[in-house]
Design a protein around this ligand. Structure first.
Ligand code: UDX
Length: 438
């Protein structure tokens, strides 16, 4: 008989995992302590923007395979329980807050049946899985726990869950691996690489991967600083080094840097955990990665100041983009919003546009002004900042845009606009890491 699955925590990770597993034919029940989330999901509504997810969710609810509950006891007859709760940064520190993971384990340990498998997917500091497994066995000696980190990207969550580029399972027993192979049979039939690891290695794979990605981005942003100082062009440099397959061209897009709910907090939690383990020096470079990343935001603000004669007071600034990256409404640690807030705090009159993230941005920065329409955002602007590379911004006609603004200065914070067409339309065009042609 097919396995029955449960998913604890229905945020980006959990809601996507639940809908995708149901689409593979499993019976899935989703649980969350936030009742309002469950109410929405049960109606087929996704409480955040993620392409494809709502259609998939609705279809799976209709099929009868996917249900949601607010009562943990309803999970009792599932065979495999995925823990998908968040591990945010603790307030006032760098470490990960494990409150939700700990309480998820405590709750599920009470209902998991004999032979049941609890599978952690949340990103946790190394050592957490072993501690949670010991606790589970204490409460429920006939259950087991495995760790199966998730690498999904926001904006591609469904695609990444259904067709991951690898599956990593941290297990103690062969039986746990056997069960997980049954869960991921569809992926295995597509020859998705399967990596069996011990619990600490499985946990580390996730933070190591995110640290590497963050390092790649900060590396190219460091090169952008050098290009600026030396009169080079970081976009050409990135293209040239990217042709070397050992380097690869992805994640070499220089600009205002990384944000979101993962990369920034994961590298900080990694440093905090390494210090606890007495291995602080090994990842001390991540401090520099973080610093380069945050510096990119200041460098953009310096470009703005330069063009506005160092006086932002009362200047009308148009900002294109609030989400931390395109195809997402997530504004957690968004470089775009951080820059918008800093420019406003310096006295400018800022208007922010985003196709999906305005509601979330407004909650975080209620004092900022938002516009639903690009033309209204650009109207009478004395400078325009392109900070999240949504496709619609690449489709803006620079000639028409010039007729709307007061002063045609574009700062491309993502190196994603076609500089030639903006320059030939008569704009001053600035970008990080490139000669700032008139
Ligand atoms: C990341 C990891 O990619 C994913 O595997 C993990 O599961 C969760 O964390 P995500 O946070 O969705 O995913 O975003 P990602 O696509 O990695 O981008 C992170 C940030 O880096 C964004 O702010 C993006 O704008 C920025 N970025 C990315 C760059 O500045 N330059 C690049 O070249 C690539």
């Amino acid at each position: 008989m097919a396995l029955k699955l449960s998913v604890i925590g229905t945020g980006y990770l959990g809601a996507t995992h639940a809908a995708c597993m149901a689409s593979l034919g499993f019976e899935v029940i989703g649980f969350d302590t936030e009742g309002s989330k469950i109410d929405l999901l049960a109606k087929g509504k996704v409480p955040f923007y993620e392409p494809e997810l709502e259609d998939l969710l609705t279809a799976q609810i209709k099929s009868g395979r996917l249900t949601f509950t607010k009562d943990i006891k309803d999970l009792a007859d599932a065979d495999v329980h995925f823990i998908c709760v968040g591990t945010p940064q603790v307030k006032g520190g760098n470490a990960a807050d494990l409150t939700y993971v700990n309480s998820a384990l405590e709750s599920i340990a009470k209902v998991v049946k004999a032979g049941g498998l609890v599978v952690g997917k949340s990103t946790v500091p190394v050592g957490t899985a072993t501690r949670l497994r010991n606790r589970l066995l204490e409460l429920n000696p006939k259950a087991d726990l495995a760790w199966n980190p998730e690498f999904l990207r926001e904006g591609f969550a469904v695609e990444d869950t259904l067709h991951p580029n690898r599956l990593v399972v941290g297990v103690v027993n062969d039986q746990a691996e056997k069960v997980l192979k049954e869960v991921y049979a569809a992926n295995l039939s597509e020859n998705t690489p399967w990596v069996r690891a011990d619990l600490p290695t499985a946990e580390l794979v996730k933070v190591a991967a995110n640290s590497f990605l963050a390092t790649k981005i900060s590396f190219i942003n460091a090169m952008a600083e050098i290009c600026e100082a030396a009169g080079g062009d970081v976009t050409v440099l990135a293209k040239a080094i990217g042709y070397d397959p050992r380097i690869g061209s992805r994640f070499l897009q220089a600009g205002i840097g990384f944000g979101g709910g993962c990369l920034p907090k994961d590298i900080r939690a990694f440093m905090a955990r390494a210090e606890e383990l007495g291995a602080k020096q090994a990842v001390e470079f991540l401090k520099e990665i973080d610093a380069i990343n945050l510096r990119a935001r200041q460098r953009i603000i310096e470009l703005v100041r330069k063009d506005l004669s160092d006086d932002l007071q009362g200047k009308k600034v148009a900002i294109l983009g609030a989400a931390f990256k395109p195809d997402s409404d997530d504004v957690r640690d968004s470089p775009a919003l951080d820059i918008a807030a800093q420019i406003q705090a310096a006295g400018a009159v800022v208007t922010v546009h985003d196709p999906k993230a305005i509601a979330n941005a407004q909650k975080r920065f209620p004092a900022l002004k938002f516009a639903e329409d690009i033309d209204n955002t650009l109207k009478d602007a004395e400078i325009v900042l392109h900070l999240t590379e949504w496709k619609i911004y690449r489709e803006i006609d620079p000639i028409k845009a010039k007729s709307l603004v007061k002063s045609a200065i574009m700062i491309d914070g993502r190196n994603a606009l076609d500089r030639t067409s903006w320059l030939s339309a008569g704009w001053k065009f600035r970008a990080l890491g490139r000669a700032n042609n008139e």
